[in-house]
Design a protein around this ligand. Structure first.
Ligand SMILES: C[C@](O)(CO)[C@H](O)COP(=O)(O)OP(=O)(O)OC[C@H]1O[C@@H](n2ccc(N)nc2=O)[C@H](O)[C@@H]1O
Ligand SMILES: Nc1ncnc2c1ncn2[C@@H]1O[C@H](COP(=O)(O)OP(=O)(O)OP(=O)(O)O)[C@@H](O)[C@H]1O
Length: 289
């Protein structure tokens, strides 16, 4: 049986503004997404029948609520003749921390199954299907660092510098839905132009709120800013500092207090998934078991 193995990289939000709120409660955002060179790993093996089998290295995520299973079901609905697959998710990325790991897993699943099941859906179609699963899924489907508007699905390519990041996980759980619903959240940022986001004063609008509600995150931000320019990603709780070199980032990581955990990874303006899928088309990644 053919097996396809692909990564699902993390993302950072290099800034995050809210410019308004839609009638359905979702927020209009402006943000820049950049990928990280650290990823979950997924393997996809065609089955002889039409069953969907899912295994995950983290037992808390090994269930049908996993975005991987939901993504696979959405694509199964697109098949003319039902095919099955076994999917194994090796969970590396911290989840619920603003790194978009679940969304990225879903996007990799959509791309992989479109390829393996030969559905011939376009990237636009896959991004539209992905948006049903989460606002962060389309950027992982398209695979380029992007200035995002709308709820995060209107994407224009950008090429920010690609520093080494130290990402800190302060081990605090933050609910994305609760933060978006908070009455003190700043929702009236003046829109900025795609062309000059790097020249503008930007921020993550969730940061003041998260600082106040979660003092541990405030402590981590205050610690990291001694080493590098520092920001929250998504709604947190993870935060990152941008360093000129891997060595400097690693030196800061070595001094990080417990119980926080962290890792060092380079920023990427192209997701490795698209490149690997192009290779897979020429059968480099497809091994016969
Ligand atoms: C914070 C970000 O990670 C920034 O990239 C995203 O905006 C969140 O993306 P996500 O985790 O894929 O979010 P979703 O699963 O679509 O939504 C989670 C919850 O966040 C709120 N939400 C999300 C995105 C958005 N533009 N407006 C919202 O109000 C909604 O209450 C929603 O129920
Ligand atoms: N494959 C998956 N990996 C991680 N979490 C998943 C997955 N599928 C479903 N989930 C659920 O989704 C929640 C959010 O996971 P995810 O890692 O995408 O959040 P996040 O890093 O906060 O991303 P975002 O920046 O989109 O808010 C988790 O708490 C988990 O319950």
């Amino acid at each position: 049986m053919a097996t396809l193995t692909l990564p699902a990289p993390a993302k950072l939000n290099l800034f995050l503004h809210i410019t308004g709120r839609r009638a359905d409660g979702y927020h209009q955002l402006q943000t820049v997404f950049q990928f990280l060179e650290i990823a979950d790993q997924l393997s996809f093996t065609l089955r002889g029948d039409d069953r969907l089998e899912f295994q995950c290295s983290d037992s808390a995520l090994a269930n049908d609520a996993n975005l991987v299973v939901k993504a696979a079901r959405l694509l199964q609905a697109q098949q003319r003749q039902r095919q099955g697959v076994r999917i194994i998710l090796d969970k590396i990325l911290p989840y619920g921390g603003g790194l978009g790991g679940g969304s990225s897993d879903a996007a990799t699943t959509l791309l992989a199954l479109n390829h393996l099941w030969q559905l011939q859906l376009t990237v636009d179609e896959l991004a539209t299907i992905g948006l049903q699963l989460g606002a962060d899924v389309p950027v992982f489907v398209r695979g380029f660092a992007a200035f995002a508007e709308g709820v995060g699905e209107q994407l224009s390519p950008v090429s920010p510098p690609m520093p080494w990041y130290l990402v800190v996980d302060p081990k605090v759980h933050i609910s994305t839905a609760e933060l978006f619903a908070h009455r003190e959240l700043k929702r009236d940022c003046a829109p900025i132009n795609l062309g000059d986001w790097q020249q503008q004063q930007t921020s993550n609008v969730f940061e003041p709120l998260v600082r106040r509600l979660y003092p541990e995150v405030a402590n981590a931000l205050d610690w990291l800013v001694e080493y590098a320019p520092t920001r929250l990603t998504g709604t947190g709780a993870c935060l990152y500092g941008a360093f000129e070199s891997q060595e400097l980032a690693r030196a800061a990581l070595a001094r990080m207090p417990a119980p926080w955990t962290g890792f060092v990874a380079r920023g990427l303006n192209e997701s490795p998934v698209c490149q690997l899928l192009r290779q897979a088309s020429t059968d480099n990644l497809t091994s016969q078991n």
